[in-house]
Design a protein around this ligand. Structure first.
Ligand SMILES: Nc1ncnc2c1ncn2[C@@H]1O[C@H](COP(=O)(O)OP(=O)(O)OP(=O)(O)O)[C@@H](O)[C@H]1O
Length: 258
């Protein structure tokens, strides 16, 4: 194959972050961060408040443009091939961003329009996305009537409308009750299992990790571990992810619970 017929995305990982640093004035939010998301894997980005998770997301999504280091999405450098890279990317940000006074369907159709998806195709994708998150029967209701968990599910539906292959979710279950948390996690896990989506899920809730996940531990702007759960437990000689986290970061039990 020639280089032309073998575009970057052919075999590249879903996401590569290489030697990325970022400062706010004197505060170094990220120091030489490197990590990778293989295709079709669920990767847990574990870090306490202030670890740098949101800053990393802001760099990957190009909310912040002053990147030190390199970020590639399916092989596309996000600076040099921004369109190709960002087309493959769906995001659920930490703060809620739906219009409460529009219906679920209106919110999603509006987002379709922003992506240049219109008419019948937009309606089809909206219906399908709401089916995936189990809210098709609520399409004509205002978002204001939904619970926190249901709103999160609409945001996930919205993130899927342009059919991304990589999904980033920043603390998507914070503030939700246990049932809603489970339903949100299960929807995203099922997208990985059934659709082959690649996912980076940032959280400080360690009980969301499953033994088959890949884990990245980010602490005070530095990556302290990347690998599988068994590798994490073996490296730290511990029995649980929270114990492993505590040992690696020197964090006390109270800080973990905060
Ligand atoms: N816009 C900003 N201006 C100045 N400092 C910032 C800004 N955003 C983040 N920081 C600082 O950068 C560091 C990393 O913050 P960041 O929000 O990325 O962490 P986080 O892991 O997402 O935590 P949280 O869940 O609390 O948002 C913190 O010390 C924070 O105070």
């Amino acid at each position: 194959m020639t280089a032309q017929s073998n575009p970057p995305e052919a075999s590249a990982p879903a996401l590569v972050v290489k030697n990325v640093s970022h400062s706010f004035g004197d505060n170094k939010a990220l120091s030489d961060v490197s990590l990778e998301i293989p295709r079709g894997r669920f990767v847990m980005l574990l870090g306490l408040n202030g670890a740098g998770k949101s800053t990393l997301f802001a760099l990957i999504t190009r909310l912040y443009d002053n990147i030190t280091g390199e970020i590639r999405i399916f092989g596309h450098n996000i600076r040099r091939r921004a369109m190709a890279a960002l087309q493959r990317l769906g995001v659920v940000f930490q703060s809620r961003t739906l219009d409460l006074d529009l219906t679920l369907k209106q919110n999603l159709l509006y987002h379709c329009a922003l992506h240049g998806i219109r008419g019948r195709e937009a309606r089809k994708r909206t219906e399908r996305a709401l089916e995936i998150v189990g809210l098709a029967d609520r399409a004509r209701e205002k978002v204001r009537n939904l619970s926190g968990g249901q709103s999160r599910r609409v945001e996930i539906a919205r993130s899927l409308l342009h059919q991304p292959s990589l999904l980033l979710l920043d603390e998507p279950t914070v503030g939700l009750d246990i049932g809603s948390r489970e339903s949100v996690v299960n929807i995203v896990r099922s997208l990985v299992e059934k659709e082959g989506l690649s996912v980076l899920w940032a959280t400080h809730l360690f009980d969301e990790v499953r033994p088959t996940d890949l884990v990245v531990i980010l602490h005070k702007g530095r990556v302290l571990f990347t690998g599988s759960v068994p590798e994490l437990l073996a490296k730290t000689a511990t029995q649980s992810v929270s114990d492993a986290f505590r040992k690696l970061t020197g964090t006390g039990t109270q800080e973990l619970a905060a």
